[in-house]
Design a protein. Sequence first.
Length: 137
Amino acid sequence: MAKESLMSHIDIQELQEKAASGAELSTTEALRLELFEKVNALGIGAQGLGGLTTVLDVKILDYPTHAASKPIAMIPNCAATRHVEFELDGSGPVELTPPRVEDWPDLTYSPDNGKRVDVDKLTKEEVASWKPATYCC
């Protein structure tokens, strides 16, 4: 089920429109929206570099189980490895157009501003002090 949800279409915008129209949301739909908003509010951003968008969508599937089981599966996936749709019709190899470099934000890598971390002496307090976009090396 986790893999099935991962490969489903991104449709959180449709769910946001449904909520904005005043339509009643199911418990699962309301939870999806709540998680989407709260995760993006953290400011972690793409690949932890800070920003407004950390997740593109949140997917939840449920299935009846015994109450004692409480199973859960989570599959995080990077937007860079998200899926593309194409159809193989037997006429030859598929041609996929790569994204344009101009469409990506202009980021400057500054390793000199990084924070060196000794993982052998790492403490919970030090990890808690990290902010989004803190470079560690």
